[in-house]
Design a protein around this ligand. Structure first.
Ligand code: SF4
Ligand code: SF4
Length: 221
């Protein structure tokens, strides 16, 4: 990267944009944090930029080489290279152990919260929120905060959208979800979880059904 450019969130977004990735939040680190390398001053969380993420990813060598886990391998390459360029360290929400505390990091970001169905809900991606990686950086950065969308969501459709009653305010009954997908889950398998789709913030997020179907296929093999 251009060493003359001060690192800002806007500059990071510019570096991520060619890969259809974006900054999805983060937090400043003051003092030492046992989950992060010594000297870390900021943790930046990275996820898909829409529209365009899925078609861009499908042009990658990892998608086209027919080997397992193409999106994880692509994430490691793209975000790992950026971490090296910036003198930081990359973390990923897959491939443990060790497992990194992405859920807790998301809650610390000020742009993501625990939803009424106990999935993360993001201020712009809603229940579609997903992270492809995170960067621990040794430069201080300032992070904007956002308002939790659930506070102004009167109907809370997430609470009643699952036809199997598998994902509700009581939490996520994963075996029950899989049983439904086996028996009558074509709508979920082809377009993604109906609970995630019901969230009004998710509906405003331009994620392609094909991408959701891919992830459902990974989940329900
Ligand atoms: S449907 Fe409403 S309450 Fe549920 S996660 Fe989305 S914004 Fe929050
Ligand atoms: S994938 Fe379908 S069955 Fe499973 S939790 Fe979501 S809506 Fe319910």
């Amino acid at each position: 990267m251009d060493s003359e450019s001060p690192l800002t969130l806007e500059r990071l977004d510019q570096l991520l944009a060619p890969h259809c990735l974006e900054v999805m939040g983060g937090f400043a680190v003051e003092g030492e944090d046992e989950t992060l390398p010594t000297g870390t001053r900021a943790l930046v969380m990275i996820g898909p930029r829409q529209p365009g993420f899925w078609p861009t990813f499908k042009t990658s060598a990892e998608w086209q080489d027919s080997q397992p886990n193409p999106m994880d391998r692509w994430s490691r390459r793209v975000i790992g290279r950026l971490a090296c360029d910036l003198g930081g360290k990359a973390y990923f929400p897959f491939g443990g152990p060790p497992y990194h505390p992405f859920y807790q990091w998301a809650l610390r970001s000020g742009r993501c919260w625990d939803s009424p169905v106990h999935l993360l809900v993001h201020e712009s991606q809603g229940l579609w929120v997903s992270y492809r990686g995170a960067l621990a950086l040794k430069v201080p950065l300032e992070f904007p905060q956002a308002a939790k969308p659930c506070d102004s969501c009167i109907e809370k459709p997430c609470l009643s959208a699952c036809p199997a009653g598998a994902l509700t305010g009581a939490g996520y009954d994963v075996p029950r979800c899989h049983a439904w997908l086996d028996e009558a889950g074509q709508a979920c398998l082809s377009g993604g979880c109906l609970v995630r789709r019901a969230c009004p913030v998710s509906r405003g997020h331009a994620r392609m059904a094909e991408q959701s179907a891919y992830h459902m296929g990974q989940f329900h093999q």
